[in-house]
Design a protein. Structure first.
Length: 268
């Protein structure tokens, strides 16, 4: 009897219906434990912009656009807010900057940065400072330390066309710098995040309605689907509903700047 039990157990353990889900569960647990308890350094940033003037003004007879302190006339003038924060679990320190490297905001080589200032910092002891480089192709950022969840909001005036023309870069040891795409739609852009969320909800609701109809309402019920145990059918409907809620949660929360950096969302 014990031998038969061992054989049955061996068959279960060797079955892909057990081994694959088990491996996925272990992988998810490992990722969760690493994120919760593992020390890693990560700077995340978002950019949103408001275009004041776009090319064409200087082509009008008798009209020329200049920015105070900048000699040549400019064709574009854009104001951008940049939120930078520590999205990791370890402190990012000034000593993490390698050699003569710096943390900086780069602008597309076709354009220049006209002005840069600190709008808000969550912890004043971070001592964030920003200044334009001599060639006006970057804005250099200085700080003492940034704990997890802390960060800064900067305002950059530049001659680019929008947020896509700005990037945060630097040479920091063991620190990953990544861009969050949340809330980066510039004013006047053709894609609106609210419309996108509504479209996802509508699609999910339609899909959920179709599944409910096929599993429970259709007359006569689909014999193939009805062979599934009722827990499996119920789980399918609940899964679709969870997916809908997950879409909204992900779109609203993924990469969202932490509390204390509210000026990033304020109107220009």
């Amino acid at each position: 009897m014990a031998v038969r039990g061992e054989v049955a157990l061996s068959q279960i353990l060797n079955s892909p219906w057990f081994s694959v889900p088990f491996a996925i569960v272990i992988l998810l647990i490992g990722i969760a434990m690493t994120k919760r308890y593992g020390l890693y350094k990560k700077l995340t940033y978002q950019v949103r912009s408001f275009g004041l003037v776009f090319g064409g003004v200087n082509r009008l007879p008798g009209m020329e656009l200049r920015y105070h302190g900048h000699g040549p006339s400019v064709e574009n003038l854009t104001v951008s807010r940049i939120a930078i924060w520590n999205a990791g679990t370890g402190d990012v320190k000034k000593g993490d900057i390698m050699g003569s490297g710096i943390l900086r905001i780069d602008v597309d080589r076709k354009y220049v940065i006209l002005a840069a200032e600190v709008v808000q910092q969550k912890n004043a002891n971070n001592n964030f400072e920003v200044s334009t480089a001599q060639d006006l192709k970057a804005a250099n950022i200085c700080f003492d330390f940034v704990r997890p969840g802390e960060g800064v909001v900067l305002q950059i005036v530049h001659t680019g066309a929008g947020s896509k023309d700005l990037n945060v870069d630097g040479t920091l040891a063991d620190v990953r710098i990544s861009r969050s795409r949340a809330k980066t739609v510039d004013q006047g852009a053709s894609v609106n995040m609210t419309i996108f969320v509504i479209a996802c909800l509508s699609l999910g609701a339609l899909l959920g309605g179709v599944i409910v109809f096929l599993l429970f309402v259709r007359v006569p019920p689909n014999p193939e689907l009805m062979r599934l145990p009722w827990p499996a059918r119920t789980a399918g409907v609940l899964g679709v509903g969870t997916l809908m809620l997950g879409e909204v949660h992900l779109l609203r929360r993924l990469g969202k700047a932490p509390r204390g950096l509210e000026k990033f969302d304020e109107s220009f």
